[in-house]
Design a protein around this ligand. Structure first.
Ligand SMILES: Cc1ncc(COP(=O)(O)O)c(C=O)c1O
Length: 371
């Protein structure tokens, strides 16, 4: 199996650690181990005493106990902890899909949602978000995409790269469709918790549908990408058994220090989410007037949740625009071509503390070059 290179990751491999300013990251502001340990006084000693042997295959019991509190109906044996959400996506595709199967995938999207399956010989139909309607999904389109060999429907909500979040009615319609046709609903929820208005939070798919697989991670809502902790939560026994078995050929078990720190993070979910949403909200307050000022160059649909937005470039190509901005200002943006979405859009990140400064640099650049 040889998946197409992950275009976004290859771009970050070149630029993430050399660009002066990042303005397209999807992970919010992170923190140090000391900052995290400070959330639980006394935990530093326990961390120092963490045993560095193998840990339990599906994840340390203590961590799975904490993770189960994020769901209504999920027990500790209905979770498998992985090395980032990425490993869990790879495992689901490899275990539950095979050549000739068909999957419907929310697009534009995160490349591993479709490239891994395609490399396995799975046929993928894009379910295109409607930009004109705030990047919304129309559940009425699903029946037209269905085939006899359709096995799974993949959604990402809150969505990367658009920041879209379906309302409860649409979400229920998606779940009803999956249930009616017996499909696995692979629900990427790694940005769940980062709703800009908490009233918009949706239930986890695994809590409302028995064949749903909810994907979680500490990389986004908690801002702890360096822990490399992700997980799946599901009540589907076949999925859990297959993914547990497959993990033996991936990382076997997780990193013991990361699992220790992850349990602290999950226990402090509310505080971490509040911290990260507060950063996003104050950045949005600056982005509103920025996009109003530059509406002839960039047009956005204000995101409803998460840490990214996907404005459309009204003049010229996105790749060239991003390359010029990087060269002249040191600000890294992400062209939509890397998300298989044509040369028309740019992804921006909303979750970093330095956004006010970086935005000023971009603002000055646009004023100078586009007037
Ligand atoms: C929608 C989505 N799913 C999964 C991932 C992978 O997350 P992790 O870093 O935990 O592997 C990302 C990372 O950008 C993402 O945006």
């Amino acid at each position: 199996m040889q998946p197409t290179p992950f275009a976004l990751e290859r771009y970050f491999a070149v630029h993430e650690f050399t660009a002066r300013y990042l303005m397209c990251s999807s992970d919010p502001e992170s923190m140090s181990i000391a900052d995290l340990l400070a959330l639980e006084p006394g935990s530093a000693d326990a961390f120092n005493n963490t045993w560095l042997g193998y840990t339990e295959y599906p994840g340390a019991p203590e961590l799975r106990r904490e993770l189960s509190t994020l769901y209504e109906s999920i027990g500790t044996d209905e979770l498998i902890v992985h090395t980032g959400a990425q490993e869990a996506i790879f495992s689901f595709m490899n275990t539950m899909l095979k050549a000739g199967d068909h999957m419907i995938v929310h697009m534009p999207g995160y490349q591993s949602h479709y490239s891994v399956a395609q490399a396995l010989g799975v046929n993928v139909s894009p379910w295109m978000a409607r930009e004109s309607d705030g990047w919304s999904l129309d559940p009425d389109e699903l029946e037209k995409l269905l085939r006899p060999e359709t096995k799974a429907l993949l959604i990402c909500a809150p969505h990367n790269p658009t920041g879209y979040l379906p309302d409860r009615e649409r979400f229920d319609a998606i779940v009803d469709f999956a249930r009616k046709h017996g499909l696995w609903l692979f629900s990427d929820e790694v940005y769940r918790g980062l709703e800009h208005d908490p009233a918009h939070r949706l239930p986890a798919a695994c809590d409302v549908y028995e064949k749903a697989i909810s994907l979680g991670a500490l990389s986004k809502s908690h801002g702890l990408a360096g822990l490399r902790v992700g997980w799946v939560a599901s009540r589907d026994r076949d999925v859990l058994a297959a993914m547990n078995t497959f993990k033996d050929y991936l990382t076997i078990c997780n990193s013991a220090p990361s699992e220790f720190l992850a349990a602290i993070a999950v226990r402090n979910t509310d505080a971490l989410i509040e911290r990260n949403t507060a950063i996003v909200r104050s950045n949005l307050a600056l982005l509103d007037p920025f996009f109003a000022r530059h509406r002839e160059i960039l047009e956005w649909h204000r995101p409803l949740a998460g840490t990214v937005a996907f404005p459309q470039l009204k003049q010229g190509g996105a790749e060239r625009f991003c390359a010029e901005v990087l060269e002249r200002t040191g600000v890294l943006l992400l062209p939509g071509t890397l998300l298989d979405h044509g040369d028309t859009h740019v992804r921006i990140g909303l979750g970093r503390r330095n956004l006010p400064d970086v935005l000023t640099i971009l603002d000055n650049y646009l004023r100078e070059h586009y007037r």
